[in-house]
Design a protein around this ligand. Structure first.
Ligand code: FAD
Length: 411
Protein backbone atom coordinates (compact mmCIF):
# COMPACT_ATOMS: atom_id res chain seq x y z
CA UNK A 1 0.00 0.00 0.00
CA UNK A 2 1.20 3.50 -0.80
CA UNK A 3 -0.76 5.06 2.05
CA UNK A 4 -1.58 8.72 2.55
CA UNK A 5 0.51 11.60 1.26
CA UNK A 6 -0.23 15.02 2.76
CA UNK A 7 0.88 18.12 0.88
CA UNK A 8 1.89 20.82 3.36
CA UNK A 9 3.35 20.37 6.82
CA UNK A 10 1.35 22.97 8.73
CA UNK A 11 -1.33 22.76 11.38
CA UNK A 12 -3.87 20.84 9.28
CA UNK A 13 -1.33 18.43 7.82
CA UNK A 14 0.21 17.53 11.17
CA UNK A 15 -3.21 16.98 12.75
CA UNK A 16 -4.31 14.78 9.85
CA UNK A 17 -1.24 12.58 10.19
CA UNK A 18 -1.57 12.26 13.97
CA UNK A 19 -5.31 11.57 13.77
CA UNK A 20 -4.74 8.87 11.15
CA UNK A 21 -2.45 7.05 13.55
CA UNK A 22 -4.84 7.65 16.48
CA UNK A 23 -7.59 6.12 14.36
CA UNK A 24 -5.54 3.00 13.69
CA UNK A 25 -4.43 3.74 10.11
CA UNK A 26 -1.59 1.27 9.40
CA UNK A 27 -0.26 2.17 5.92
CA UNK A 28 2.50 4.76 5.31
CA UNK A 29 1.75 8.41 6.13
CA UNK A 30 4.01 11.07 4.59
CA UNK A 31 3.90 14.84 5.06
CA UNK A 32 5.70 17.02 2.51
CA UNK A 33 6.21 20.67 3.45
CA UNK A 34 8.12 23.33 1.56
CA UNK A 35 9.13 25.23 4.70
CA UNK A 36 12.29 24.01 6.38
CA UNK A 37 10.54 23.75 9.78
CA UNK A 38 8.84 20.84 11.47
CA UNK A 39 5.07 21.54 11.76
CA UNK A 40 4.45 24.60 13.95
CA UNK A 41 1.56 26.77 15.12
CA UNK A 42 1.19 30.20 13.54
CA UNK A 43 -1.04 32.00 16.11
CA UNK A 44 1.79 32.75 18.58
CA UNK A 45 3.84 34.37 15.79
CA UNK A 46 1.83 37.59 16.16
CA UNK A 47 1.27 37.18 19.91
CA UNK A 48 3.50 35.45 22.50
CA UNK A 49 6.43 34.84 20.13
CA UNK A 50 6.41 38.44 18.85
CA UNK A 51 6.28 39.67 22.45
CA UNK A 52 9.30 37.50 23.29
CA UNK A 53 7.21 35.39 25.68
CA UNK A 54 7.42 32.12 23.72
CA UNK A 55 10.46 30.54 22.11
CA UNK A 56 10.53 28.51 18.90
CA UNK A 57 10.30 25.17 20.67
CA UNK A 58 6.94 26.24 22.14
CA UNK A 59 5.52 26.72 18.63
CA UNK A 60 5.84 23.09 17.56
CA UNK A 61 2.58 21.21 16.96
CA UNK A 62 4.34 18.15 18.46
CA UNK A 63 7.94 17.44 19.37
CA UNK A 64 9.73 16.27 16.19
CA UNK A 65 10.58 12.79 17.52
CA UNK A 66 6.88 12.05 18.08
CA UNK A 67 6.29 11.80 14.32
CA UNK A 68 8.98 9.14 13.96
CA UNK A 69 7.59 7.33 17.00
CA UNK A 70 4.19 7.22 15.23
CA UNK A 71 5.81 6.10 11.97
CA UNK A 72 4.90 9.38 10.27
CA UNK A 73 7.44 10.55 7.70
CA UNK A 74 7.91 14.33 7.69
CA UNK A 75 9.74 15.69 4.65
CA UNK A 76 10.59 19.38 5.11
CA UNK A 77 12.12 21.87 2.68
CA UNK A 78 10.51 20.02 -0.22
CA UNK A 79 7.84 21.30 -2.58
CA UNK A 80 5.23 19.16 -4.30
CA UNK A 81 5.30 20.37 -7.90
CA UNK A 82 2.56 18.35 -9.57
CA UNK A 83 -0.12 15.71 -9.07
CA UNK A 84 -0.55 12.90 -11.58
CA UNK A 85 -4.07 11.77 -10.76
CA UNK A 86 -4.10 8.90 -13.26
CA UNK A 87 -1.11 7.15 -11.68
CA UNK A 88 -1.77 8.55 -8.17
CA UNK A 89 1.66 10.03 -7.77
CA UNK A 90 2.99 13.45 -6.80
CA UNK A 91 6.26 14.79 -8.10
CA UNK A 92 8.67 16.68 -5.88
CA UNK A 93 10.91 19.65 -6.64
CA UNK A 94 13.97 17.44 -5.93
CA UNK A 95 12.94 15.22 -8.84
CA UNK A 96 11.53 12.38 -6.75
CA UNK A 97 8.01 11.00 -6.74
CA UNK A 98 5.65 9.67 -4.09
CA UNK A 99 2.78 7.28 -4.75
CA UNK A 100 -0.46 7.61 -2.80
CA UNK A 101 -3.68 5.73 -2.19
CA UNK A 102 -5.18 8.94 -0.86
CA UNK A 103 -3.81 12.48 -1.16
CA UNK A 104 -4.64 15.26 1.32
CA UNK A 105 -4.04 18.82 0.16
CA UNK A 106 -3.24 21.02 3.17
CA UNK A 107 -1.38 23.73 1.27
CA UNK A 108 -2.66 26.66 3.37
CA UNK A 109 -2.57 30.21 2.11
CA UNK A 110 0.00 32.89 1.41
CA UNK A 111 -0.02 36.60 2.18
CA UNK A 112 -1.49 38.99 -0.35
CA UNK A 113 1.31 41.30 -1.50
CA UNK A 114 0.96 45.09 -1.46
CA UNK A 115 1.13 46.00 -5.14
CA UNK A 116 2.85 49.38 -4.80
CA UNK A 117 6.25 50.92 -5.46
CA UNK A 118 8.57 50.46 -2.49
CA UNK A 119 6.92 47.34 -1.10
CA UNK A 120 10.26 45.56 -1.53
CA UNK A 121 12.29 48.05 0.55
CA UNK A 122 14.10 46.87 3.68
CA UNK A 123 11.88 47.36 6.68
CA UNK A 124 8.69 46.22 4.89
CA UNK A 125 7.41 42.93 6.30
CA UNK A 126 4.58 40.46 6.03
CA UNK A 127 3.80 37.88 8.69
CA UNK A 128 2.92 34.30 7.82
CA UNK A 129 5.90 32.06 8.49
CA UNK A 130 8.25 31.51 11.38
CA UNK A 131 11.00 32.97 9.20
CA UNK A 132 8.90 36.16 8.70
CA UNK A 133 8.36 36.34 12.46
CA UNK A 134 12.06 35.89 13.27
CA UNK A 135 13.01 38.80 11.02
CA UNK A 136 10.15 41.01 12.18
CA UNK A 137 10.81 40.34 15.87
CA UNK A 138 14.47 41.28 15.39
CA UNK A 139 13.51 44.49 13.58
CA UNK A 140 11.00 45.42 16.27
CA UNK A 141 13.77 45.67 18.86
CA UNK A 142 15.14 48.80 17.14
CA UNK A 143 12.05 50.22 15.43
CA UNK A 144 10.63 53.56 16.61
CA UNK A 145 7.78 54.19 14.18
CA UNK A 146 5.71 51.32 12.84
CA UNK A 147 3.08 51.60 10.13
CA UNK A 148 0.65 48.71 9.81
CA UNK A 149 -1.18 48.38 6.51
CA UNK A 150 -4.48 46.58 7.11
CA UNK A 151 -6.56 46.50 10.31
CA UNK A 152 -7.36 42.78 10.23
CA UNK A 153 -6.54 40.32 12.99
CA UNK A 154 -2.84 40.00 12.23
CA UNK A 155 -2.28 43.71 11.65
CA UNK A 156 -4.02 44.59 14.92
CA UNK A 157 -2.28 41.87 16.94
CA UNK A 158 1.03 43.19 15.66
CA UNK A 159 -0.03 46.81 16.33
CA UNK A 160 -0.75 45.91 19.98
CA UNK A 161 2.62 44.20 20.37
CA UNK A 162 4.49 47.05 18.68
CA UNK A 163 2.74 49.65 20.87
CA UNK A 164 3.66 47.63 23.95
CA UNK A 165 7.27 47.53 22.73
CA UNK A 166 7.35 51.34 22.78
CA UNK A 167 6.83 51.99 19.05
CA UNK A 168 4.63 54.78 17.73
CA UNK A 169 2.07 52.87 15.66
CA UNK A 170 -0.16 54.12 12.83
CA UNK A 171 -2.58 51.84 11.03
CA UNK A 172 -3.77 52.48 7.47
CA UNK A 173 -7.00 50.70 6.60
CA UNK A 174 -8.98 50.82 3.36
CA UNK A 175 -12.31 50.05 5.07
CA UNK A 176 -14.19 52.34 7.45
CA UNK A 177 -13.56 50.18 10.52
CA UNK A 178 -11.23 47.54 11.99
CA UNK A 179 -11.72 43.80 11.29
CA UNK A 180 -14.60 44.82 9.02
CA UNK A 181 -14.94 41.43 7.28
CA UNK A 182 -14.90 39.44 10.51
CA UNK A 183 -16.69 41.25 13.35
CA UNK A 184 -19.80 43.34 13.99
CA UNK A 185 -19.61 47.13 13.75
CA UNK A 186 -20.04 47.33 17.55
CA UNK A 187 -16.97 45.15 18.09
CA UNK A 188 -14.98 47.21 15.56
CA UNK A 189 -15.73 50.39 17.50
CA UNK A 190 -14.68 48.74 20.79
CA UNK A 191 -11.38 47.44 19.40
CA UNK A 192 -10.51 50.68 17.59
CA UNK A 193 -10.89 52.52 20.92
CA UNK A 194 -8.92 49.83 22.77
CA UNK A 195 -6.06 50.35 20.31
CA UNK A 196 -6.29 54.13 20.57
CA UNK A 197 -5.97 53.70 24.33
CA UNK A 198 -2.69 51.86 23.62
CA UNK A 199 -1.54 54.87 21.56
CA UNK A 200 -2.36 53.50 18.10
CA UNK A 201 -3.46 56.03 15.45
CA UNK A 202 -5.86 54.95 12.68
CA UNK A 203 -6.32 56.26 9.15
CA UNK A 204 -9.54 54.71 7.82
CA UNK A 205 -10.80 54.68 4.23
CA UNK A 206 -7.25 55.17 2.99
CA UNK A 207 -5.05 53.04 0.78
CA UNK A 208 -1.31 53.00 0.23
CA UNK A 209 0.06 54.55 -2.96
CA UNK A 210 3.77 53.97 -2.40
CA UNK A 211 6.48 53.42 0.17
CA UNK A 212 9.58 55.53 -0.21
CA UNK A 213 12.90 55.31 1.53
CA UNK A 214 16.54 56.22 1.69
CA UNK A 215 19.44 53.82 1.07
CA UNK A 216 17.00 51.00 0.39
CA UNK A 217 15.27 51.38 3.78
CA UNK A 218 11.57 52.22 4.15
CA UNK A 219 11.07 55.72 5.53
CA UNK A 220 7.61 56.96 4.50
CA UNK A 221 4.25 55.50 3.56
CA UNK A 222 2.25 57.61 1.07
CA UNK A 223 -1.51 57.20 1.32
CA UNK A 224 -4.31 57.82 -1.15
CA UNK A 225 -5.39 60.96 0.71
CA UNK A 226 -1.95 62.51 0.22
CA UNK A 227 -0.76 61.75 3.75
CA UNK A 228 2.92 60.85 4.28
CA UNK A 229 3.42 58.69 7.34
CA UNK A 230 6.98 58.30 8.65
CA UNK A 231 8.01 54.69 9.34
CA UNK A 232 11.13 52.68 10.02
CA UNK A 233 9.02 49.51 10.02
CA UNK A 234 6.04 48.68 7.79
CA UNK A 235 3.93 45.57 8.34
CA UNK A 236 1.53 44.60 5.58
CA UNK A 237 -1.46 42.50 6.64
CA UNK A 238 -3.99 42.75 3.84
CA UNK A 239 -5.27 39.21 3.74
CA UNK A 240 -4.25 35.94 2.17
CA UNK A 241 -4.62 34.00 -1.07
CA UNK A 242 -5.35 30.26 -0.80
CA UNK A 243 -2.70 28.02 -2.34
CA UNK A 244 -4.83 26.36 -5.03
CA UNK A 245 -2.43 26.30 -7.97
CA UNK A 246 -1.29 22.69 -7.46
CA UNK A 247 -4.92 21.52 -7.37
CA UNK A 248 -5.89 23.72 -10.29
CA UNK A 249 -3.06 22.40 -12.47
CA UNK A 250 -4.25 18.86 -11.69
CA UNK A 251 -7.72 19.75 -12.97
CA UNK A 252 -9.47 19.83 -9.58
CA UNK A 253 -12.34 22.26 -9.07
CA UNK A 254 -11.20 25.49 -7.40
CA UNK A 255 -12.72 28.85 -6.59
CA UNK A 256 -11.98 30.78 -3.43
CA UNK A 257 -10.04 27.69 -2.34
CA UNK A 258 -9.97 24.06 -3.40
CA UNK A 259 -13.63 23.05 -3.68
CA UNK A 260 -14.73 20.11 -1.56
CA UNK A 261 -18.00 18.38 -0.77
CA UNK A 262 -19.38 17.91 2.75
CA UNK A 263 -16.96 14.99 3.25
CA UNK A 264 -14.02 17.27 2.38
CA UNK A 265 -13.41 15.35 -0.84
CA UNK A 266 -12.30 17.33 -3.88
CA UNK A 267 -13.68 16.64 -7.35
CA UNK A 268 -11.33 13.59 -7.32
CA UNK A 269 -12.48 11.02 -4.71
CA UNK A 270 -8.86 10.06 -4.05
CA UNK A 271 -8.00 13.60 -2.97
CA UNK A 272 -9.20 15.58 0.07
CA UNK A 273 -8.53 19.23 0.90
CA UNK A 274 -8.43 20.70 4.41
CA UNK A 275 -7.55 23.89 6.28
CA UNK A 276 -6.93 27.37 4.89
CA UNK A 277 -6.79 26.09 1.29
CA UNK A 278 -10.21 24.38 1.30
CA UNK A 279 -13.60 25.83 0.39
CA UNK A 280 -16.27 23.58 1.88
CA UNK A 281 -19.96 23.51 2.72
CA UNK A 282 -20.78 24.30 6.35
CA UNK A 283 -24.07 23.92 8.20
CA UNK A 284 -23.26 27.32 9.75
CA UNK A 285 -23.01 29.23 6.45
CA UNK A 286 -25.27 29.82 3.46
CA UNK A 287 -22.81 28.34 0.96
CA UNK A 288 -19.25 27.04 0.73
CA UNK A 289 -16.82 28.83 3.03
CA UNK A 290 -13.06 28.97 3.36
CA UNK A 291 -12.17 29.53 6.99
CA UNK A 292 -8.73 30.58 8.18
CA UNK A 293 -8.52 29.25 11.73
CA UNK A 294 -6.80 26.62 13.81
CA UNK A 295 -10.17 25.11 14.73
CA UNK A 296 -11.09 24.66 11.09
CA UNK A 297 -7.68 23.24 10.15
CA UNK A 298 -7.62 20.71 12.99
CA UNK A 299 -11.29 19.68 12.90
CA UNK A 300 -11.22 19.18 9.13
CA UNK A 301 -8.03 17.13 9.53
CA UNK A 302 -9.71 14.93 12.14
CA UNK A 303 -12.77 14.49 9.92
CA UNK A 304 -10.71 13.32 6.93
CA UNK A 305 -8.67 10.98 9.14
CA UNK A 306 -11.89 9.47 10.54
CA UNK A 307 -13.15 8.85 7.01
CA UNK A 308 -9.88 7.21 5.94
CA UNK A 309 -10.06 5.02 9.06
CA UNK A 310 -13.49 3.82 7.99
CA UNK A 311 -15.71 6.09 10.12
CA UNK A 312 -17.06 8.67 7.65
CA UNK A 313 -19.34 11.53 8.74
CA UNK A 314 -20.07 14.80 6.96
CA UNK A 315 -17.99 17.69 8.27
CA UNK A 316 -20.01 19.98 10.52
CA UNK A 317 -17.76 21.22 13.33
CA UNK A 318 -18.71 24.48 15.03
CA UNK A 319 -16.50 27.30 13.73
CA UNK A 320 -14.67 29.27 16.41
CA UNK A 321 -11.75 31.65 16.53
CA UNK A 322 -9.74 33.83 18.89
CA UNK A 323 -7.50 36.86 18.71
CA UNK A 324 -5.40 38.47 21.47
CA UNK A 325 -4.95 42.22 21.19
CA UNK A 326 -3.32 43.91 24.18
CA UNK A 327 -5.32 43.03 27.30
CA UNK A 328 -8.32 41.88 25.27
CA UNK A 329 -9.08 38.33 24.25
CA UNK A 330 -11.63 38.26 21.46
CA UNK A 331 -13.36 34.90 20.94
CA UNK A 332 -15.87 34.23 18.20
CA UNK A 333 -18.22 31.23 18.04
CA UNK A 334 -20.27 30.76 14.87
CA UNK A 335 -20.17 32.75 11.65
CA UNK A 336 -21.51 36.29 11.33
CA UNK A 337 -23.15 37.79 8.27
CA UNK A 338 -23.06 41.44 7.17
CA UNK A 339 -26.80 42.00 7.76
CA UNK A 340 -26.99 40.40 11.23
CA UNK A 341 -28.99 42.10 13.96
CA UNK A 342 -27.06 42.47 17.22
CA UNK A 343 -27.56 42.65 20.99
CA UNK A 344 -24.90 43.25 23.62
CA UNK A 345 -24.59 41.17 26.82
CA UNK A 346 -22.63 42.73 29.68
CA UNK A 347 -21.10 46.16 30.06
CA UNK A 348 -18.47 47.05 27.44
CA UNK A 349 -17.03 49.71 29.76
CA UNK A 350 -15.79 46.88 32.04
CA UNK A 351 -13.91 45.33 29.11
CA UNK A 352 -16.01 42.14 29.49
CA UNK A 353 -18.98 41.73 27.19
CA UNK A 354 -20.37 39.76 24.25
CA UNK A 355 -22.03 40.84 21.02
CA UNK A 356 -24.78 38.41 20.01
CA UNK A 357 -25.43 38.31 16.25
CA UNK A 358 -28.78 37.09 14.94
CA UNK A 359 -29.58 35.63 11.55
CA UNK A 360 -33.28 35.38 10.70
CA UNK A 361 -34.12 36.04 14.35
CA UNK A 362 -31.94 33.25 15.83
CA UNK A 363 -28.60 33.54 17.57
CA UNK A 364 -25.95 32.64 14.97
CA UNK A 365 -22.69 34.03 16.30
CA UNK A 366 -21.31 35.36 19.58
CA UNK A 367 -18.29 37.66 19.74
CA UNK A 368 -16.94 37.76 23.29
CA UNK A 369 -14.34 40.01 24.86
CA UNK A 370 -12.76 38.58 28.01
CA UNK A 371 -15.95 36.53 28.59
CA UNK A 372 -14.90 32.96 27.92
CA UNK A 373 -18.05 31.53 29.55
CA UNK A 374 -20.25 33.07 26.83
CA UNK A 375 -17.93 31.75 24.15
CA UNK A 376 -17.97 28.21 25.50
CA UNK A 377 -21.75 28.32 26.01
CA UNK A 378 -22.29 29.42 22.41
CA UNK A 379 -20.09 26.60 21.12
CA UNK A 380 -22.24 24.12 23.04
CA UNK A 381 -25.43 25.70 21.71
CA UNK A 382 -24.26 25.56 18.11
CA UNK A 383 -23.17 21.96 18.62
CA UNK A 384 -26.60 21.08 19.96
CA UNK A 385 -28.23 22.52 16.86
CA UNK A 386 -30.63 24.91 18.63
CA UNK A 387 -29.99 28.53 19.55
CA UNK A 388 -32.30 31.02 21.28
CA UNK A 389 -34.31 33.68 19.48
CA UNK A 390 -33.51 37.37 19.72
CA UNK A 391 -36.55 37.83 21.98
CA UNK A 392 -35.17 35.35 24.50
CA UNK A 393 -31.68 36.88 24.51
CA UNK A 394 -33.21 40.36 24.90
CA UNK A 395 -34.93 39.33 28.17
CA UNK A 396 -33.50 41.48 30.99
CA UNK A 397 -30.82 39.58 32.92
CA UNK A 398 -30.39 36.91 30.20
CA UNK A 399 -27.26 34.84 30.87
CA UNK A 400 -25.92 32.63 28.08
CA UNK A 401 -24.05 30.22 30.34
CA UNK A 402 -27.07 29.76 32.65
CA UNK A 403 -29.32 29.31 29.60
CA UNK A 404 -27.13 26.46 28.30
CA UNK A 405 -26.81 24.89 31.74
CA UNK A 406 -30.62 24.81 32.02
CA UNK A 407 -31.08 22.96 28.72
CA UNK A 408 -32.17 19.34 29.15
CA UNK A 409 -29.25 18.12 26.98
CA UNK A 410 -26.71 19.85 29.24
CA UNK A 411 -27.54 17.55 32.16
C1 FAD B 1 0.44 35.34 12.34
C2 FAD B 1 -0.78 34.48 12.36
C3 FAD B 1 -1.61 34.49 13.48
C4 FAD B 1 -2.74 33.67 13.51
N1 FAD B 1 -3.52 33.69 14.62
C5 FAD B 1 -4.60 32.88 14.69
C6 FAD B 1 -5.39 32.83 15.85
O1 FAD B 1 -5.18 33.57 16.81
N2 FAD B 1 -6.44 31.95 15.89
C7 FAD B 1 -6.71 31.11 14.85
O2 FAD B 1 -7.66 30.32 14.92
N3 FAD B 1 -5.98 31.16 13.71
C8 FAD B 1 -4.93 32.01 13.61
N4 FAD B 1 -4.17 32.05 12.47
C9 FAD B 1 -4.57 31.21 11.32
C10 FAD B 1 -4.06 29.78 11.47
O3 FAD B 1 -2.71 29.77 11.83
C11 FAD B 1 -4.27 29.07 10.14
O4 FAD B 1 -5.67 29.02 9.90
C12 FAD B 1 -3.68 27.67 10.14
O5 FAD B 1 -2.29 27.74 10.25
C13 FAD B 1 -4.05 26.94 8.86
O6 FAD B 1 -3.37 25.72 8.80
P1 FAD B 1 -3.10 25.00 7.40
O7 FAD B 1 -2.35 23.77 7.73
O8 FAD B 1 -4.34 24.95 6.63
O9 FAD B 1 -2.15 26.01 6.61
P2 FAD B 1 -0.67 26.46 6.91
O10 FAD B 1 -0.42 26.51 8.38
O11 FAD B 1 -0.46 27.71 6.13
O12 FAD B 1 0.25 25.30 6.32
C14 FAD B 1 0.33 25.06 4.93
C15 FAD B 1 1.73 24.66 4.60
O13 FAD B 1 1.77 24.07 3.31
C16 FAD B 1 2.94 24.47 2.65
N5 FAD B 1 2.77 24.26 1.20
C17 FAD B 1 1.95 24.94 0.34
N6 FAD B 1 2.06 24.45 -0.91
C18 FAD B 1 2.96 23.42 -0.85
C19 FAD B 1 3.51 22.52 -1.81
N7 FAD B 1 3.13 22.57 -3.10
N8 FAD B 1 4.41 21.61 -1.41
C20 FAD B 1 4.79 21.54 -0.11
N9 FAD B 1 4.32 22.37 0.84
C21 FAD B 1 3.41 23.30 0.49
C22 FAD B 1 3.04 25.93 3.06
O14 FAD B 1 4.33 26.46 2.84
C23 FAD B 1 2.70 25.84 4.54
O15 FAD B 1 3.84 25.57 5.31
C24 FAD B 1 -3.04 32.86 12.40
C25 FAD B 1 -2.22 32.87 11.26
C26 FAD B 1 -1.11 33.67 11.24
C27 FAD B 1 -0.22 33.69 10.02
Amino acid sequence: MSGVVIVGAGQAAAQAALSLRDGGYQAPVTLVGEESEQPYQRPPLSKAYMLGKADEAALRVRQPDLYAAQDIRVVTGERVEAIDRASRRVSLACGGELAYDHLILATGARNRALPVRGADLDGVFMLRTLEDARRLRARLTTARRAVVVGAGFIGLEFAAVAAKSGCAVEVIEAAERVMARAVSPFMSVFFAQAHRDMGVVFHFAEGVLAITGADGEAAEVHTTSGRRVAADLVVVGIGVIPNVELAEAAGLATGNGICTDADLLTSDPSISAIGDCASSPSPFADGPVRIESVQNATDQARAVARRLCGRPAPYGAVPWFWSDQGAHKLQIAGLGRPDDETLVLGDPSTGRFSVCRFHRGRLACVESVNRAADHMAMRKLLQSGGTPSMEVVATPGFDLKAFVAALPTAA
